[in-house]
Design a protein around this ligand. Structure first.
Ligand code: FE2
Ligand code: FE2
Length: 426
């Protein structure tokens, strides 16, 4: 009904009304009151005021504590090992990548995204007709949009890594964190260089991404910042990078993603080590459940809320409704691939850090995510192994995993049940 009413508004009005309606829809979708309360201020700044779109800069204030340790004792051997590995695996985009590769938007054999990435059927067969040249340009714009969001996410990761490095209680975590800050700086440098010199088009930050980054930067609890950034956003990034790595046939981008994926796998590994220890030994059961609910809600938001509206507004506003566009993108092969890769990484990590207790299994099952629960966590899967999986296709991986699983442990029983105190978001 509301959709029908707003469709009667002129385009400029709709642009103002749609984000507010979508914010309300997100709040409705997030069933958990504590999660709503913690996200509402950021949602107001990101989705309603659209601060990311309206200004070229943003200041986000954080009240976290910087934790000092004057003994310098090594206190977490696995983190120390990761730190050593990170030092050895540093790379320089100037040297490692061949920037002379010509990335030509007009070359039909060197696409960045597959032709049907954002749901070609609707555009080609349905409401809008595009020439071959326009399709080619749309493909490049969609890629520029996606890489721009990666870049904005990397800036968030750079600052979050710096904040978390100050806050964590382990000295080995701080040393490791310093390498992550360097990694994220390099990712910002590399993505921006690719966007600036090869695609020549930078999109503004997506409202939902702004909201998530704002919520993490301003939360003073280091472990929430850490959970949000190291597990959820890095998991999202790893899923998105992995998906793009798998589908693109543009050689420079593929090479660049290979380097970045190896770094990101290490970041998530650090995240799961730290949080498993912290959630097991340093928080109350009530706090653990709060984090469990929060991560479930954020997972759903991430699944449903990256709809490339900036591309829609540029190309299709007035030609098709926002609702049609959303449904089209949601069903598109690119989004399906993205969800598959992202959740296959995210769900095992949540299980590993203790945020997927029996209480939650039913909710994950309801939204179709339980299928990923037996996958490998970041502590069990290196960047190289993840890349191998991406290179060799999922069906092969699944059958090998299933075979190994059968040989090692025999049948597995989940025993899902629910104590009924959680709001399913879908
Ligand atoms: Fe990164
Ligand atoms: Fe990262």
């Amino acid at each position: 009904m509301l959709e029908r009413l707003t469709s009667l508004l002129p385009g400029t009005m709709r642009r103002k009304v749609d984000p507010i309606l979508e914010t309300l829809a997100i709040l409705r979708e997030v069933g958990n009151p504590a999660a709503v309360a913690s996200m509402a201020p950021s949602m107001f700044r990101g989705n309603v005021l659209q601060l990311g779109k309206r200004f070229e800069t943003a200041d986000m204030v954080s009240g976290h504590a910087a934790h000092f340790d004057w003994t310098y004792r090594s206190d977490f051997p696995e983190m120390r090992t990761l730190y050593r590995r990170a030092k050895q695996q540093q790379w320089d985009a100037d040297v490692a990548l061949d920037w002379s590769i010509d990335v030509d938007p007009e070359n039909p054999n060197r696409h960045i995204l597959p032709r049907d990435f954002f749901g070609e059927p609707l555009i080609r067969g349905g409401q809008v007709r595009l020439s071959a040249k326009e399709e080619q340009r749309l493909n490049y714009d969609a890629a520029a949009w996606m890489l721009s969001q990666f870049l904005h996410g990397e800036q968030g990761a750079l600052f979050a890594a710096a904040q978390v490095t100050e806050s964590v209680q382990w000295l080995d975590g701080k040393l490791y964190g310093a390498t992550q800050v360097m990694d994220e700086g390099r990712h910002v440098e590399t993505f921006f260089r690719y966007i600036d010199t090869k695609l020549n088009k930078l999109y503004v930050i997506n409202d939902n991404l702004f909201t998530i980054i704002d919520a993490l930067m301003t939360d003073s609890r280091w472990d929430m910042k850490f959970l949000g950034m190291q597990i959820m956003v890095e998991g999202l990034a790893l899923g998105a990078f992995g998906m793009l790595y798998r589908v693109t046939n543009e050689p420079l981008l593929k090479d660049l993603l290979r380097y970045i994926i190896q770094d990101e796998a290490r970041h998530v590994h650090y995240g799961v080590l730290a949080l498993r220890e912290h959630f097991t030994n340093h928080i109350t059961e009530r706090e653990r459940r709060e984090r469990e609910d929060w991560s479930f809600e954020i997972a759903l938001l991430m699944r449903n809320r990256f709809m490339a509206h900036e591309v829609y507004e540029e190309w299709f506003e007035g030609l098709m409704s926002r609702k049609d566009w959303n449904e089209n993108v949601q069903r598109s092969p690119g989004m399906r691939e993205f969800r598959q890769v992202m959740f296959s990484r995210l769900v095992p990590n949540l299980r590993y850090i203790g945020l997927l207790s029996d209480r939650m299994l039913h909710h994950y099952e309801q939204v179709g995510l339980l299928q990923y629960i037996d996958g490998k966590s970041a502590a069990e899967l290196s960047g190289d192994q993840f890349l191998w999986e991406l290179d060799h296709g999922r069906s092969e991986i699944d059958s090998v995993n299933a075979q190994l699983e059968r040989m090692a442990t025999g049948a597995h029983d989940d025993g899902a049940h629910d104590d009924g105190d959680h709001h399913a978001a879908e």
